[in-house]
Design a protein around this ligand. Structure first.
Ligand SMILES: Cc1cc2nc3c(=O)[nH]c(=O)nc-3n(C[C@H](O)[C@H](O)[C@H](O)COP(=O)(O)O)c2cc1C
Length: 432
């Protein structure tokens, strides 16, 4: 029997979504350091590659009020990770930081500092942000179109690499120069070359441009394509783009964000999953979910009743922040067809659309399914998104991780010290 392929695992600290059941009595603070500490230590106990923090630069609004499904506020990622560096030893520390509103010199300095403080465990998830609403927080306002956001992001990473590479491995600072469309900078970088040479780059965009950016630049791709079929298509697409940049399939790790619900038996897990889904989508949550697409007030509808028979308002905006629907009428028609075909209420339809769990079953069932994804070329690993903070991955690490380790599909111990070591990525040569 050949050994199974090793998978890479990461832990996602819950953020802006309705995955997290903040109303659960077992749910803790999203701000207290003890929450970050607990989840990061759990990830390390499970020999995960990295701990991941998302970023939202503006609290979403719904009907002019702070969106009550969101965590109301959270601390800045690099700062949190710097504190975690002191209380963890091995696990990678990945910060989502926007490339539209920051500047290369300042961010490269912060990430290089994190790489030093953590002994080579820093990663940067390069996101571009999607809206003028977020931009209003900044001096630059809306600032860039979708297309320009990726050219800026690509140039941002190139500039950051120039800065990271400007010190010789021997410890000499050399002047740097970067001249491009978005940045024209030169000078001397203040942070010596870091343990990883350069922090790991993660990318999370899904458009053609986002995928191209990932293929040219990223070490890890965080994707939403968490079903077997969609995962395989995405995986083949992104890996197929690499050769154009002189890269090999193994140079980029593809990691979908997934949820796991465990039980002693598959039946018990299925029952728990159904209960969690209902808590993730309350009646009012379901109406809000629909209003985001409809762009109009639907508060008169009964969440346990049939789907609205009126159409969305094509130009209506009741929500501000990261909700995007390309074609509202077509999407509404699709949702309505699903409701009618299965005889579902509004709430049941939203549960079906928004709260499906990726892996549900006993520890054996889940371990086998995760391995199946990797074997089938749908993923190189997974970013686990728990529904509870901070204890939501305790069970996974206690019950699934030992099985994966026994079967050889997950490392039993860390074999290197840096995040690049965990991911099997070489330390880049200066200027390479
Ligand atoms: C799985 C996933 C996670 C993301 N996480 C964040 C995030 O934490 N913060 C953020 O500002 N944007 C996040 N984004 C948004 C992307 O950076 C990007 O702005 C957005 O997907 C639009 O780009 P696209 O059209 O290429 O998909 C995420 C996107 C995906 C697919």
């Amino acid at each position: 029997m050949t050994a199974p392929r090793r998978m890479h695992l990461a832990a996602h600290f819950p953020g802006v979504n309705n995955t997290t059941v903040w109303s659960d009595p077992a749910s803790g603070s999203q701000v207290d350091f003890s929450s970050f500490h607990h989840l990061a230590r759990t990830a390390e106990r499970g020999r995960f590659d990295f701990f991941f923090l998302a970023e939202g630069l503006r609290l979403r609004e719904h009907k002019g009020r702070i969106h009550d499904l969101d965590v109301v506020g959270r601390p800045e990622s690099v700062t949190v990770l710097a504190a975690l560096a002191a209380v963890t030893e091995h696990v990678g520390l990945a910060a989502t930081v926007n490339a539209t509103f920051n500047e290369p010199y300042e961010l490269a300095r912060r990430l290089a500092s994190l790489d030093h403080l953590s002994g080579g465990r820093a990663a940067w998830n390069v996101v571009t942000s999607s809206d003028a609403f977020t931009g209003e927080n900044f001096r630059r306002g809306g600032f860039l179109d979708h297309a320009d956001r990726y050219t800026r992001a690509a140039e941002f990473v190139t500039a950051a690499r120039t800065l990271w590479d400007s010190w010789t491995p021997g410890g000499q600072a050399r002047p740097f120069v970067h001249r491009g469309r978005h940045f024209d900078i030169h000078g001397e970088f203040t942070v010596p070359r870091t343990p990883q040479g350069r922090p790991v780059i993660i990318q999370a965009g899904d458009s053609g441009q986002g995928r191209e950016f990932a293929a040219s630049t990223a070490d890890v791709v965080f994707t939403r394509h968490g079903t077997l079929e969609a995962g395989r298509a995405f995986y083949a697409d992104v890996k197929g783009r690499l050769a154009r940049y002189g890269r090999r399939p193994d140079d980029v790790k593809i990691m979908p964000g997934v949820t796991v619900v465990l039980g002693d038996t598959d039946a018990e897990a299925a029952e728990r999953a159904a209960g969690i889904r209902r808590r993730q989508v309350s009646g009012p949550t379901a109406i809000v979910f629909l209003e985001q697409l409809w762009g109009r007030d639907l508060s008169g509808y009964d969440p346990d009743g049939p789907f609205p028979d009126i159409d969305p308002e094509p130009a209506g905006e009741v929500s501000q922040g990261r909700v995007r629907h390309a074609d509202r009428l077509a999407t509404a028609a699709r949702w309505r067809a699903l409701a009618e075909e299965k005889g579902l209420s509004i709430r049941e339809t939203v549960i079906e659309l928004a709260a499906r769990h990726s892996f549900v079953g006993s520890p054996e069932t889940v371990a086998t399914a995760l391995e199946g994804f990797v074997a089938a070329g749908a993923a190189d690993g997974f970013i686990l998104v728990p529904h509870l903070t901070p204890g939501g991955l305790d069970d996974f690490v206690d019950r699934v991780v030992p099985l994966l380790q026994e079967r050889g599909s997950l490392r039993a111990e860390y074999e290197g010290t840096t995040l690049r070591d965990h991911l099997g990525l070489p330390r880049p040569a200066v200027g390479g």
